[in-house]
Design a protein around this ligand. Sequence first.
Ligand code: UD1
Length: 367
Amino acid sequence: MSVTIHLIAAARPNFMKVAPLYHALKATDWAEPVLVHTGQHYDRNMSDAIFEDLRIPAPDFHLGVGSGSHAEQTGNVMIAYEKICLEHRPDWIVVVGDVNSTAACAMVGAKLWIPVIHLEAGLRSGDRSMPEEINRLVTDAIADVLWTPSKDADENLAAEGVSSDKIDLIGNIMIDSFVMLKDKIEASNAREELGLTSGEYALVTLHRPSNVDSHDSLQPIVDALAKASNSLPVVFVAHPRTIKNLAAFGLKDSFEQSPGVTLLEPLPYVQFMSIVTGARMVITDSGGLQEETTYLDIPCLTLRENTERPVTVTQGTNKLVRADTLAENIAQALAGDWPKGVCPPLWDGQTAQRAVKCLLTREHDRS
Ligand code: UD1
């Protein structure tokens, strides 16, 4: 038996979810994983360098869609991926996460009657002003199989009327990537190279349009970080759109000149995770970092009004914070006044193995 499975990778947070599944499928004698990169992220450190760190080969298909408006990006992925599917019809398509390419490829598969699996299904922020929430709703509504990371995701799907036989609770696959590369991350000298001392700096990442796309939202955050840098060095590993906007809003020069601030371009996975693991706290609007900090028991200050990953708040080390009280929250975390977390069930590095087992069962049921 040879079962062809397209794994769709598009943007940075997808790669850590696709890699463990690629390796686990490749190790079987029945599955042929095929990597499809839509090209949504294309800068070296947003894409190729992460592939290398995660030990996955160059994609079998690269759609090269690049950036654009939401409609352009989604449409261009659909047009390009439909051609691939018509020529090289897979047995299954696995889409991951909640980016535009996730929903686009799910729609292509559904319309060509190719079974679609959504990995990281069922997450809901309840906030439809975020493009990711629309992508999650669309993808989960049309996927044939829903692989969920935690019980709350199963409950969300049940509340939307999804039949339980479509759902497999498999756990958090991103943690598999961390476990796979833990030794390399621990051996990395990324912190030393930046002159950082473990436990004595804050790591910052921000890229959500609601935080970084207007001067009025970005300035108070930058001010609070500059203030905090007087008591704790601040390492800001910034997404390309954030760097561009800091410059466009005239905030970049003064921020970079704040004595405790280091502003960096995106980093590959191992270097970045080395900096995460040594951080005293993480300030972010990323989805993945909310989870990684819960797993690592590091205080996480999430600059968002809501989260689709509530277990990181109820069980983990995450708190939702606002720009106008960020400085106080940083002081609070620095004083140790922060929730201690427990690691949610099935965030154990074995998620890809469970996914492969579930897929084999479903393949048998299908044929
Ligand atoms: C996308 C996802 C978001 C995810 C994030 C992780 C959607 C709707 N958004 O947001 O959910 O959290 O990835 O990073 O799918 N750019 C570059 N180089 C790149 C990629 C992007 O410079 O390699 C710049 C371009 O100016 C581009 C902008 O970043 O227009 C936004 O990129 P895009 O892929 O549209 O969204 P992200 O903000 O990266």
